[in-house]
Design a protein around this ligand. Structure first.
Ligand code: AMP
Ligand code: ZN
Length: 490
């Protein structure tokens, strides 16, 4: 399997640490563990479709790894404290901001939006992580880590503000972005906090300001009312649950320059092991109508907004899969409409194949099936080329393979694509543009043809029944074979 690694800026052959250490290659008969950590959402507001794209693509990564034979331990955090309005350790805490906006406590807001996140993920067919962990439930491990960094001499305290990591003590910093901000003259990240020794230094622990009266505070050796900085949670939780060397760490591209640079700095200093994560996977952003999503522009969509417009979550998922995770994607309602039509076409074909697949196994064409399967998995195993994989799905539908083969492959492909075909049925097809007819509603010649087809089906003369179905299609009718009956649509 190949994966682009932001650390090397190359597409690399992926191998897990356990695989390398054991000296034997992974396969489905010889599974190996992958330790994967994904930066989670900040639960101060509704999960939006940009988040949905990020986590759908994480989900594809997990599904592909599992297909290859990896036993994926997927840890995803919930940021419910410490993420300030600016990545530069300044501004209001997003949770306190959310609490004010929604007139609830910061704890209530965290729970409400965590629930909304999982509600959205479930609708999108995103598999639950092995473990979802909240920053507020890992305060002690974060504190222990900061104390260790202090003991090692990498920190300093700014009175009334917080404990900071001194990036000048590191040999390397900012390798992920390929750009060491310590060497740049105030061009990347400029901290305006008074007392910072270097612009790239970052907060490990913050103190409540006088008169602030924060809702989320804990005692620490430096201040009785304090709280963790944003970056430390991901280091502490990933190390606690996955150990000092991760196989894969994922996040949005906005995390490369600051959040992940800081995670690397503090984690490698804490564990003494390098690299903190062997692979770094970064997802590009979703824009809406060519612009950054924001409520003020009216282009901020949640999954409920999508449902209310009559779209299925699987149509949105299919839309995400049509572009590469490392490319920016521009969402428009028109593109979602096109995706929903494609989904209906796929579902229609799937349902027909499903109804007719059992009797056709004698027509198997294994060579072609093998070819298509290889092309599909080569695509997804090549840095998650989902759009290429989708073209193989359409190729499969158009192929000469038997329905039995098509059915088997479609289900196998969908275990990676996650569209959920297996749990869809007739009710998921649009009802408005087609009506269901009885035999008596058909013109006389078609009534006769219909009966001929029934007879052909009974005699297992499928070539003839397919031939008659084509005649119906040419006349604008659709025949959907179901157990014990045939639906006629026009
Ligand atoms: P946040 O809730 O802002 O902490 O973001 C959670 C994850 O979603 C991060 O990995 C972000 O990079 C990612 N993310 C946020 N907005 C978008 C977007 N518009 N498109 C894609 N990913 C996003
Ligand atoms: Zn993170």
């Amino acid at each position: 399997m190949k994966l682009y690694n932001t650390l090397s800026k190359k597409v690399e052959e992926f191998k897990s640490l356990q695989e390398i250490n054991s000296g034997s290659l992974v396969s489905r008969e010889n599974p190996k563990q992958v330790n994967m950590y994904a930066c989670g959402v900040t639960v101060y507001d509704y999960t939006h479709i940009g988040h949905l794209r990020k986590y759908v693509m994480d989900d594809i990564l997990v599904r592909v790894l599992r297909h290859v034979g990896y036993d994926v331990k997927h840890i995803q955090n919930i940021t419910d404290v410490g993420h300030l309005a600016s990545d530069d350790d300044e501004g209001e805490d997003k949770m306190e901001k959310g609490a004010r906006k929604y007139g609830q406590s910061a704890w209530e807001v965290a729970k409400k939006f965590e629930d909304y996140f999982f509600y959205s993920m479930d609708l999108m067919g995103v598999l639950r992580p092995t473990l979802s962990c909240r920053a507020t439930e890992h305060i002690q491990s974060q504190l222990d880590m900061v104390l260790d960094l202090e003991k090692k001499g990498y920190t300093y305290v700014i009175d009334g503000d917080g404990v900071y990591f001194d990036t000048s003590k590191l040999e390397t910093y900012g390798e992920l972005s390929g750009h060491d901000p310590r060497k740049a003259h105030r061009e990347t990240r400029i901290g305006e906090i008074e007392g910072k020794k270097n612009p790239s230094d970052f907060a490990l622990w913050k103190f409540e300001k006088a008169g602030e009266n924060r809702q989320m505070v804990w005692p620490s050796p430096w201040h009785p009312r304090s709280f963790p900085g944003w970056h430390i949670e991901c280091s502490a939780m990933s190390i606690e649950h996955l150990g000092p060397e991760l196989d894969i760490h994922t996040g949005g591209i906005d995390h490369v320059a600051v959040h992940h640079a800081n995670e690397i700095a503090q984690s490698e200093t804490f564990t003494g092991k390098k690299p903190f994560s062997r692979f770094w996977v970064h997802h590009n952003f979703l824009r809406v109508n060519g612009e950054k999503m924001s409520k003020s522009l009216g282009n901020f969509f949640t999954i409920d907004d999508i449902l209310k417009k009559g779209f299925k979550p699987a149509a949105l998922r299919l839309l995400f899969l049509s572009s590469h995770y490392r490319s920016e994607q521009n969402f428009t309602i028109q593109s979602l409409e096109a995706s929903q039509s494609a989904l209906h076409k796929l579902l229609q074909a799937y349902l027909e194949i499903k109804e007719n697949h059992e009797d056709r196994s004698e027509l198997e064409n294994s060579d072609e099936a093998h070819q298509l399967s290889k092309q599909f998995f080569d695509a997804v195993e090549n840095d998650l080329n989902t759009s290429e994989a989708l073209t193989i799905v359409w190729k499969l539908l158009k192929s000469q393979l038997s329905n039995a083969q098509k059915y088997r492959l479609l289900l196998e492909f969908d275990r990676v694509l996650g569209l959920g075909l297996v749990s869809m049925d007739e009710d998921d097809l649009p009802k408005s543009d087609k009506v269901t007819l009885q035999i008596d509603d058909l013109p006389k010649d078609l009534q006769d043809l219909f009966r001929d087809r029934e007879l052909a089906r009974k005699n297992k003369d499928f070539a003839k029944s397919d031939e008659i179905r084509t005649k119906f299609e040419e006349a604008g009718y659709q025949l959907i074979d179901q157990a014990g009956s045939v639906l006629i649509k026009h």
